[in-house]
Design a protein around this ligand. Structure first.
Ligand SMILES: [Zn+2]
Length: 370
């Protein structure tokens, strides 16, 4: 596979989680089924659903301080970092365009931050366009008009600009979950608006985060089981503004609640100790011989390999083929094999593995010497 395309930082969690389609349910708790043998026969595809929630203007360190039990629940059952970094300019429309296209502003060209009808819609494909073209139902419920820039014709099945703030956005999103979705994007505007009015980190700003948290809780409870929930932000802020290249403006949280292999958590935690990535659950497409009941390996592998969207790594084979490949590789010319791996990165620098370099053939994130 060739997964190592250059992606904007803000979009990385999205790319990972979209690849890891087997997931834990919305309002449901983590899988608790005991490990069972992996079924290697093709299985009917599950209907993976993704809910992407963006809290406008949510600073990572503010989330760390806030009473946010609902978001903390997502963090506890998923993977998160409080040290993600958004693009420049750290503004709502450019950053959301990066989040929803996986591209830097220099590439997607949406560098303005107001709704300007004359400028039309974004010219590169969004995640909505890709999902829609794959026959998925796409829904976006947003709290600011400027998101019209991201609603290219024929890409979002239901696009709603909602006034009335976070609570009303979530009300409409809950209605949409009843209609049905494959990809649901929900934008909550109040935290940012409160920051502009009262200052980032002010008591009012912290209270807005807590209200947004409650709204997130209502939405997550309404999601169908097996929905992958991704929660992130477009930018932070300082005093009453944002947009600069300073940590206060650029550091955002990124949470992906994806539960597949609970038994691998301890290993992953140990390997990633001291890095920005906190691990509460692990999803992998390697045939480990165990899986939660909900996992459909064929689909995870298809998403990881055929769509080239995973950053962890995968093989496109069932367990028997995987072992057979191992036997063949063991007999192969090791010097030749070694030359194919042109770069090894330690887990704490995994982002570097995503940045293509001119002579890359195969880049690996190396967890251990083997
Ligand atoms: Zn703002």
């Amino acid at each position: 596979m060739m997964p190592f395309v250059k992606r904007a930082m803000a979009a990385t969690a999205l790319a990972v989680a979209l690849a890891l389609l087997a997931s834990c349910g919305g309002g449901a708790s983590s899988p608790t089924a005991s490990p069972t043998p992996v079924a290697v026969a093709p299985t009917p595809p599950p209907i993976p659903k993704v809910a992407l929630i963006s809290i406008d203007g949510l600073r990572a360190d503010a989330l760390a301080k806030a009473q946010a039990p609902e978001i903390r629940k997502l963090m506890a059952r998923g993977v998160y970092t409080l040290r993600a970094r958004t693009v420049l300019p750290a503004m709502t429309l450019p950053a959301h365009t990066s989040m929803l296209t996986g591209l830097e502003p220099s590439v997607h060209k949406v560098v303005w931050d107001d709704y300007v009808a004359d400028k039309g819609t974004v010219s590169v494909p969004t995640v909505f366009a890709i999902a829609h073209a794959a026959g998925k139902r796409t829904v976006a419920v947003v709290g600011k008009e400027k998101f019209k820039t991201l609603a290219s014709p024929g890409t979002i099945d239901s696009f709603l600009v909602v006034s009335g703030g976070d609570a009303e956005v979530v009300n409409q999103a809950i209605v949409e979950t009843g209609v049905g979705f494959d990809l649901l994007f929900v934008h909550l505007p109040d935290v940012d608006l409160t920051g502009h009015a009262q200052a980032w980190m002010s008591p009012a700003y912290m209270a807005a985060i807590e209200a947004a948290d409650a709204a997130v809780g209502r939405l997550v409870a309404a999601l169908p089981p097996q929905t992958t929930v991704i929660l992130t932000a477009d930018h932070g802020g300082k005093d009453k503004t944002h947009g600069a290249d300073i940590p206060e403006d650029r550091t955002i949280p990124s949470v992906a609640a994806v539960c597949v292999y609970p038994s691998h958590v301890a290993t992953a935690r140990a390997r990633l100790a001291g890095t920005a990535v906190k691990v509460a659950s692990v999803a992998t497409a390697f045939p480990s011989g165990q899986a939660a009941l909900a996992v459909k390996l064929a689909d995870v592998a298809a998403a990881a390999v055929l769509k080239n969207t995973v950053v962890v790594g995968s093989v496109n084979a069932n367990k028997r083929h995987w072992y057979r490949a191992g036997e063949v590789l063991a007999r192969a010319d090791h010097a030749w094999l070694a030359r194919l791996i042109t770069r090894r990165e330690p887990p704490e620098s995994f982002m570097r593995a995503l940045q293509r370099q001119p002579d890359d053939i195969k880049v690996v994130v190396q967890f251990a010497d083997v």
